[in-house]
Design a protein around this ligand. Sequence first.
Ligand SMILES: Cc1cc2nc3c(=O)[nH]c(=O)nc-3n(C[C@H](O)[C@H](O)[C@H](O)COP(=O)(O)O)c2cc1C
Length: 330
Amino acid sequence: MDLTTKYLGFLLNSPLVAAASPLTASVDSSKLLEDAGAGAVVLPSLFEEQLISDSIEIDERLNQGTYAYPESLTYLPEIPFASDEAEQYLDLVRKSKEALSIPVIASLNGYTDGGWLRYAKEIEQAGADALELNVYYLATDPDERCESVEKRYLDLIGTVKAAVQIPLAVKVGPYFSAFAHTAQQMKSAGADAFVLFNRFYQPDLDVETLNVTPNLVLSTSEDLRLRLHWVGILFGKLQVDLAISGGVHTHIDVLKSLMAGASVTQFASALLQKGIPLLTKILEELTDWMEAHEYHSIEQMRGSLSQNRVFDPTHFERVNYTRMISAYRR
Ligand SMILES: Cc1cc2nc3c(=O)[nH]c(=O)nc-3n(C[C@H](O)[C@H](O)[C@H](O)COP(=O)(O)O)c2cc1C
């Protein structure tokens, strides 16, 4: 059985990838993921806020010195120098790379096109095989136009792409007015792959305490359908790799994702809930299923249920929605 799949220019041993999560924050844990059958690991993100707050702090410290001792101007160290958190992150990249034989994908997470993006280059120099850029931005200002939101994404992607040679995956949320077009523009700006989709954090409201309660809810397989829909639409229309992140919990979820057109499926919630050995179980179930259904390779099934390939492409469009609504019976 050929479970290999091509993603970001690499031939991965399996289509199961460990998503950015605390599970890839230590080399030991990433090694367990590799041994359990992960085709690649995505490290947790280095966040723009970590880098910005560090650089503000550094700036303040330097300025304090400057004001207190004017002569200190002559011996100020050269800015920028690496922050502690960035240094730790680069160390994680280096050590993960040393310990693993599968590709190590580092992750930057932010929303402004600024100086913090210089860490893309440092991450590449630390040895990352590829970079996942997570643009996590919520446009809450009524005066901000969608053109400027989309430009923000394109600028970020362009800046990172210009800084590095390694392949670039872009992870975004689902809330765009014309996602197919925006994805095409993001590809032109430099995205080699899309990771669909971010699960945006949604605060709950406590009606007793009148508080907004921040809590992270892990996904279920129900979250997968939005991803299947969009991967199915984009497959074959844009020459990019597609990864599904969000709601992949079982071997059937993996099969659906591959048939929609994904090259890989990323796992976070399922592994946090059930443990790393789940990957091995899913690989076995995937192999058994493929044998029973006479598939020989992942490549053979990839995209077979995408919009381009299915008998009735309207299943992915509005026309099917109207059919479903009118056919609904209680
Ligand atoms: C505890 C936790 C930490 C996460 N940290 C990151 C992160 O650092 N960067 C990132 O891009 N995504 C992060 N994610 C999102 C996951 O990579 C993934 O996209 C999301 O959880 C949906 O996949 P799932 O349904 O398999 O959980 C995190 C998710 C969880 C649950």
